[in-house]
Design a protein around this ligand. Sequence first.
Ligand code: ZN
Length: 138
Amino acid sequence: MNKIEHIGIAVKSLKDSNDLFAKLFGEPHYKIEEVASEGVNTSFFQVGENKIELLEATKDDSPIAKFIAKKGEGIHHIAFDVDDIEAEIKRLKQEGFIVLNETPKQGADNKLVAFLHPKSSNGVLIELCQEIKSNLKK
Ligand code: ZN
């Protein structure tokens, strides 16, 4: 794993939280992106070298809606940048981690993503993400 790619925060209202976090960081979000397959709307903030992702549910059975119903708003996941997501999935499975989706899926911000079950990582939902090279998209 390389570095923390971003930290994901579950929010009830992307609009309200975009305003709040823009005040906090002194800069507005730089993009909004819906990930329909996950039932989420996301926004991204650049804070120095780091990124913060806000996540809002777009439907009742979205993982974010379930998270907020159970735990309230707050830190939802920590995402780590990896060079080869398939190799990392294989390695982490061998180490005993529970991988929620063994086939990487398309996430926000032009990434292939996979999640580790928080049960296997001390209650922290871990996201692996690998940048999709633009030549693969065509
Ligand atoms: Zn994320």
